[in-house]
Write a protein that binds this ligand. Sequence first.
Ligand SMILES: Cc1cc2nc3c(=O)[nH]c(=O)nc-3n(C[C@H](O)[C@H](O)[C@H](O)COP(=O)(O)OP(=O)(O)OC[C@H]3O[C@@H](n4cnc5c(N)ncnc54)[C@H](O)[C@@H]3O)c2cc1C
Length: 301
Amino acid sequence: MSAPEKALVVGAGIVGTCCAVYLQREGFRVTLIDRDGPGEGCSSGNAGNFSVGSVFPQSMPGIWRKVPGMLMDPLLPLAIRWRHLPAAMPWFIRFTLNSRRRRAEEIGLALKALYDHVLDAYDELLKSAGAQDLIVRRGRLTTYESESSLHKDAYALELRRRHGIEVQILSGDEAREMEPALGPLVKRAAFLPAYAHTVNLLRLTQVLAEQFVGDGGILLRQTVKGFEGRDHGPPRVLTDAGGHDAERVVIAAGAYSRRMAAQLGSRVLLEAERGYHLSMPDPGVTFTRTIMSSDRFVTIT
Ligand SMILES: Cc1cc2nc3c(=O)[nH]c(=O)nc-3n(C[C@H](O)[C@H](O)[C@H](O)COP(=O)(O)OP(=O)(O)OC[C@H]3O[C@@H](n4cnc5c(N)ncnc54)[C@H](O)[C@@H]3O)c2cc1C
């Protein structure tokens, strides 16, 4: 019998931690490295949605027509640091090309193939960790404050239906029956029963990391500084505490992955999106499922 292969995963966000757990299940001896604790990066600062019915790219057809307006209005969700634009140009060009209708639909198909497995895959991992209650399957309500804002979403809703994702169009009152905390501004809503959310983002990654360590995985708090090329085989991973060898290296360092991959000669078109999240200990309203306001570009979980 040969010794199990070693795998090293850089980044213990939700992506790296899941990779580590799955590699471990496939029989690798896995080391997971992060400069912080598991899940303490972007993975604990988001809306916690499993948007398994969002079968379309961010670059929806016609998006480029909206860009000038979005840049002019500070309340809309696009701002560009102009100094960064030349470096980001290749990404923007690809983003725009992907907004062609045919391309958007191909991307939708690829996303659907991934999304179909997401919740079952988490279920399996969380069952072994005894933490299935971290994911709640109660769907999502997308709210519209006018008939015309529902109309603007028509293509995305139609794409979902075409991919077999259930969409229920509701009146404002029907939406308030489901979520009494919604106010009178909501005139229409789309209920997407397939969606789910997590009740605790940080805990979600932490329980998976705890399970990984419990099953013999090595979790190191170190900062990856670079790589040392070798003539044969994968590179040596250099950290502030020394060097690590492994047969397989996974880079899952979130927004920092592009620079790391570039050091290994791989050009990944990855740009960091900046978003904001706010955790309110006592918001004064209760929703039982995720609410996404289509008019205000805000998700409430
Ligand atoms: C406001 C907002 C809302 C969002 N809402 C959703 C949502 O509802 N649903 C959804 O699916 N996604 C959402 N996202 C996106 C989601 O948060 C990210 O896609 C996800 O967290 C990325 O996970 P990750 O593991 O790739 O990266 P991260 O969580 O960023 O993990 C990367 C890890 O790499 C480590 N690292 C980086 N460099 C080094 C280094 N040199 N050495 C050692 N470690 C290093 C970091 O410390 C970090 O822990 C949202 C994002 C934002 C900003």
